[in-house]
Design a protein around this ligand. Structure first.
Ligand code: KMH
Ligand code: ZN
Length: 412
């Protein structure tokens, strides 16, 4: 949630054409008002600045860009980080009208402040405050090995125990792969049934089975977990909508295969989660909705940072989120981010601030911090929960996640 104002500052206040700092704070006030209106349909009240730093002079004639981003969602407040940058400045020289477009904007001021919109002043129809965040734990994956981390769960019982720890730490969804007796990726129906039974006997959680499996598997093989029906059936299943390079391999998802998998998932009754690895996958997903092969509510997982697909950056995530309306289901969707390696926790933090959902776990990242192996996925879930607390996001219980994923009460 960001707002931006760009304006030319005309009036000097001090000698040498200098502009007073209060003028920049006035811009921040307008940015804050913009954000309050987006969030709550009301101009709100600026309560306090926690910090203000003036970092470079502003002179009459400068063009200033003032930006604000919601960093924390309070019950009636929003905490905003502001930054003001100089982007154009008058040039010295003989021609009075000469001006320079700065190659690198100059940061002139940073601040953090809090605005309040009293409950009584909030109006329906505004962007609203984000729903509780759903934390998904991807506890094993198909590629991570015991050689990389001794904390990887492999047997059905280990998967059950790890799922239980993750749920206790705050996860509402377990993204599930299974392994064979040798620890290799498997999509075997019986192995999924056994792992799900071990999970379910320990905890109530939404089980999301992978239909991605590992590179090189056929659609029929990948659909193995959809053979688990009845009380043990997975409630969700992934749907990979497009092909990507996957390190040195190719993760193949031909159009016909995606359609077939979407139909298999629909017949099974699991709720699909669309795995989006690249920008074009939004176009593919939109076409699937248009053809009636997918329907609202949709669940989109942005999987970023796979070598060979879209990298995990703030800019890329913002771009993908901006494109979600193209799916044509209005607000009837939820989105989350799964990012690979060192990007996992920073991207989870962005998702927490921006109203999305978080996926963490050993499938995508084995480190809690640089050089420190996570002792399973549960410590990563605990970190994700802390990240949500810092952003003022409640963490969804399993029951809340079920409601949100079935289209009830999600962020519009
Ligand atoms: N193992 C990757 C090739 C999914 O679970 O749907 C695919 C994957 C996606 O993990
Ligand atoms: Zn997976």
């Amino acid at each position: 949630m960001k707002a931006l104002i760009r304006t030319r500052i005309a009036e000097p206040h001090y000698a040498g054409g200098l502009v007073d700092g209060a003028r920049v704070l006035q811009l921040f006030g307008d940015v804050a008002t913009d954000l309050c209106v987006r969030v709550d349909g009301d101009e709100g009240l600026f309560r306090a600045y926690e910090s203000v730093e003036f970092l470079a002079p502003v002179r009459a004639g400068d063009f200033i860009e003032a930006e604000g981003e919601v960093m924390r969602w309070g019950t009636t407040s929003i905490t905003i980080d502001f930054v003001a940058r100089k982007v154009i400045t008058p040039a010295d020289g003989a021609v009075a009208s000469a001006a320079d477009l700065l190659a690198e904007p100059v940061v002139v001021c940073r601040a953090r402040g809090t605005c309040v919109v009293p409950k009584a002043a909030r109006r329906p129809g505004a962007f609203g405050r984000p729903a509780p965040a759903i934390i998904t734990a991807a506890i094993v994956g198909a590629e991570t090995t015991r050689a990389q981390t001794p904390h990887l769960p492999i047997t059905a019982e280990e998967l059950g125990r790890e799922a239980e720890r993750c749920v206790a730490a705050g996860a509402a969804v377990i993204h599930l792969h299974v392994r064979d007796g040798e620890g290799r990726a498997s999509q075997d129906t019986a192995r999924f049934a056994a792992a799900i039974a071990e999970i379910r006997k320990r905890c109530d959680v939404i089980v999301q089975s992978s239909t991605g499996g590992a590179v090189g598997m056929s659609v029929a093989e990948r659909a193995g977990p959809l053979g688990v029906t009845g009380p043990g059936a997975p409630e969700m299943a992934t749907l990979n909508v497009g092909t990507i390079n996957f390190g040195d391999d190719v993760f193949m998802n031909r159009a016909a295969d995606t359609i077939e998998m979407a139909e298999r998932i629909r017949r099974h009754g699991a709720v699909p989660e669309l795995e989006v690895y690249d920008a074009g996958h939004i176009d593919i997903a939109a076409a699937l909705v248009k053809k009636g092969l997918l329907a609202a509510p949709l669940h989109v997982q942005f999987v970023l940072g796979i070598p060979g697909a879209l990298s995990a950056s703030e800019r890329n995530l913002a771009f993908l989120i901006d494109r979600l309306p193209e799916l044509g289901v209005g607000g009837r969707l939820t989105w989350g981010v799964a990012a690979v390696g060192r990007h996992q926790l920073p991207m989870a933090a962005l998702a927490a601030r921006w109203g999305g959902n978080l996926r963490v776990g050993l499938e995508d990242n084995i480190y809690l911090e640089k050089g420190v192996l996570a002792e399973g996925s549960a410590p990563l879930v605990a970190r994700a929960k802390e990240i949500c607390a810092q952003a003022g996001r409640a963490v969804a219980t399993v029951a809340e996640a079920r409601t949100l994923l079935s289209g009830g009460g999600g962020a519009p």
